[in-house]
Design a protein around this ligand. Structure first.
Ligand code: FAD
Length: 456
């Protein structure tokens, strides 16, 4: 009789543990092994800024599973501190090193899921190896930053990169009492988001004492006694005790490349809707893989935890024999910048332009609650709309309340390829403590519709 079918998963965080769990759930008889080179598995990196700021006190609360609980509760065998360094695809074996004793171990598989994630981009600049220059990606990185800020009590931090991680970390470090400077090479924070939204965010940074330098490119780092004390840019030099590099993530595809697996969008692993790679019985999921963008119908690389979990689940289901499909994403994301909620879905104006859409943008200011009900907050909404068809291409929102979940309605509208006319007629819930009778979503749709009709 043939032995049990074996699934090996490489990477034990969001995508990897989701794949392992869904496969076991579907096929309890399947032997599922996870190889993770780190000490920790299944943690929420998304919460690290709030751990560093001391809002989350217990690092353990970030851990959804431990190797022990994964085995006991889900029947998954997890090998931490095991780095897979090659895959013999002819004999269907993963070759890994036990990092505790440097011994090689081989893990035979019938199905393999690559969930090797992303790596923080570290620009090759002079002085980048100096002490106290950090990246934030893993739980270990979070512990290192927390340990440094607790023990050394730095006074000044420079954050290189004004993306969402740079923004979340500027709040986190301000809450720890540091003087924070953000250096951003673009003309705005938060990547390609629209000016009306960014204006609110940049105003908040200024109010909270974060010094922002835009169109400023870092050229290197200088130090004293091996530790960074200056960041050199094309706009001058900034003294600091601590640098956080937050300039983006790239897919970790070293193993995949060794296997001859095709790469796609921005060098991420190319996958089909079943998350199959071009090599039989090998799937990829999470921050190492690309996704289909359902607005543009093009492959993209947008590495986010929410996608990693869903892709992991689908890859695991397929590895267990289902015909599951991961349709794609619409580029939804939300972040907190001090007391602001900033969210987006679909395309921004700059992205619509780059994609060649004939489009216009429209911005309104609504209110999070009924005007009569106390403590409502302004909500700024920008829509990007295709001229002619009136199709909604994207939406962005910012405000102190009622943004994070409102954007989800618009994400659903993008899935259905709705026009602004259709969005304007949605039956959205209303009661004074939660919305105005004309919800900001509806006001924005009506204003965009008017512009569309006026040939905007
Ligand atoms: C500070 C921060 C805040 C974030 N906030 C959000 C948020 O609010 N919302 C959101 O959606 N996303 C957020 N993210 C992104 C989210 O954390 C990632 O998208 C998610 O962790 C990706 O999961 P993954 O399993 O694909 O990859 P990873 O988390 O990168 O895990 C991959 C794992 O594979 C292991 N591995 C790699 N190669 C090997 C090998 N050869 N052998 C063995 N193991 C290997 C690595 O050690 C790693 O543990 C945030 C990320 C950070 C860092």
């Amino acid at each position: 009789m043939a032995g049990k079918e074996r699934l090996v998963v490489i990477g034990g965080v969001a995508a990897g543990m989701s794949a392992a769990s869904s496969a076991r759930r579907l096929r309890p008889e399947m032997e599922v092994t996870v190889l993770e080179k780190d000490k920790y598995i299944s943690y929420g990196a998304c919460s690290l800024p709030y751990y560093i700021s001391d809002e989350i006190k217990d690092i353990k609360s970030l851990l959804a599973l431990t190797p022990e609980s994964a085995e006991k509760e889900r029947g998954i065998k997890v090998n931490t501190r095991h780095e897979a360094f090659s895959v013999d695809k002819n004999n269907k074996e993963v070759v890994a090193k036990d990092l505790e004793n440097e011994k090689e171990a081989r893990f035979p598989y019938d199905k393999l899921v690559l969930a090797t994630g992303g790596l923080p981009i570290v620009p090759k600049l002079p002085g980048v190896d100096l002490k106290n220059i950090f990246t934030i990606r893993t739980l270990g990185d979070g512990l290192a930053i927390k340990g440094y800020t607790d023990e050394e009590q730095p006074e000044r931090a420079v954050i290189v990169g004004g993306g969402y991680i740079g923004m979340e970390m500027s709040e986190s470090l301000r809450k720890r009492g540091l003087k924070v400077t953000v250096l951003e090479k673009m003309d705005r924070v938060l990547g390609t988001m629209d000016e009306e939204i960014i204006k609110v965010v940049e105003g908040k940074l200024a109010d909270e004492g974060v010094k922002l330098y835009k169109e400023t490119t870092v050229e290197g780092f200088e130090g004293k006694a091996g530790a960074v004390d200056k960041v050199v840019t094309d706009g001058g030099t900034f003294g600091t005790d601590f640098v956080l590099l937050a300039v983006g993530v790239r897919p970790n595809t070293l193993l995949a490349q060794g296997l001859g697996i095709e790469l796609g969008a921005r060098g991420a692993i190319a996958v089909d809707e079943h998350l199959c790679t071009n090599v039989p019985d090998i799937y990829a999921a999470g921050d190492c893989a690309e996704s289909l963008h359902l607005v543009t119908c093009k492959k993209v690389y947008i590495p986010l935890g929410t996608t990693a979990n869903k892709q992991g689940r689908v890859a695991g289901e397929n590895a267990a024999g289902l015909e599951s499909v991961f349709e794609g994403i619409v580029g939804s994301a939300v972040t907190k910048v001090f007391d602001l909620e900033v969210a987006r879905t679909g395309l921004t104006t700059l992205e619509a332009e780059k994609e060649g859409y004939d489009h216009f943008s429209s911005t309104i200011q609504g209110w999070s609650r009924s005007r009569a009900y106390p403590a409502g907050k302004p909500v700024t909404v920008t829509y990007v709309v295709e001229r002619g068809s009136g199709r909604l291409l994207g939406a962005q929102m910012v405000g102190e309340e009622g943004v994070a979940h409102r954007i989800d309605t618009l994400a659903a509208a993008l899935y259905s390829r709705m026009t602004v006319d259709e969005v304007a007629r949605l039956d959205l819930a209303y009661a004074p403590p939660f919305a105005s009778v004309w919800d900001p979503i509806l006001i924005a749709a009506n204003v965009a519709l008017k512009k569309l009709k006026n040939g905007s």
